[in-house]
Design a protein around this ligand. Sequence first.
Ligand SMILES: Nc1ncnc2c1ncn2[C@@H]1O[C@H](COP(=O)(O)OP(=O)(O)OP(=O)(O)O)[C@@H](O)[C@H]1O
Ligand SMILES: [Mg+2]
Length: 223
Amino acid sequence: MLQLNNITKQYTDGSGIRKVLDGLSLQVDDGDFIAITGESGSGKTTLLSILGTLIAPDEGTYTLGDVKITDSADQLSAIRNKQIGMVFQDHRLLPQFTALQNILLPLLANEDSVSKEATEKAEQLMDFMGISLLKDKNVSNLSGGEKTRVAICRALINQPLLLLADEPTGQLDDVNAQLVANLFKKINAELHTTIVMVTHSQEMAKVANKCFSLLQGKLIVKN
Ligand SMILES: Nc1ncnc2c1ncn2[C@@H]1O[C@H](COP(=O)(O)OP(=O)(O)OP(=O)(O)O)[C@@H](O)[C@H]1O
Ligand SMILES: [Mg+2]
């Protein structure tokens, strides 16, 4: 499905140059559920941002399906919208809107209004994720675990081939973390969505079928 080859990424700030990714390669196959762990600051979010085409690497190549990712903005936003769903650690839901409205938001990037079919699709996803009853609730009134599940539904509304999740259980208690872990398993198995997930939690990493650790700018196979 995708291939990263010899990726490097460095940041320059007041304290100098810091090479965060240093010759990193990764192959993701269709149907994979990959967990990536690593210390704080090791570059996990940077890696996910490259996979999500939010930032470009300094060197190396990224091939997604048949497409060699370049920094042509038009091409990237189309790919991002149709093929990739992202769940951010801080959810990035719009607080003034309901759960359903937040889930439908990505569709409004391409159209002025949302079709009845799209609304039904969002309702099916909410049902799949066990949050049907929250449909018309304002997201600012939801718990952390509920917000996570709304954010996952929003990431899935365009039926992406690839779901990227940054610490989806980072702020959850054990019970909610387990619930979300099981939902990722279900998404991978039943919706056949390929998943790359960053996590601090060893428990969460166990539900994946491949596990890597990000160390000194490269991925090391774990297990
Ligand atoms: N835009 C930026 N400008 C400068 N430095 C950055 C930028 N983004 C990240 N960094 C630095 O790059 C390093 C890797 O950051 P990154 O966010 O990828 O780490 P992480 O593994 O996701 O950490 P955490 O587990 O804490 O979320 C950190 O040292 C961070 O300070
Ligand atoms: Mg991070």
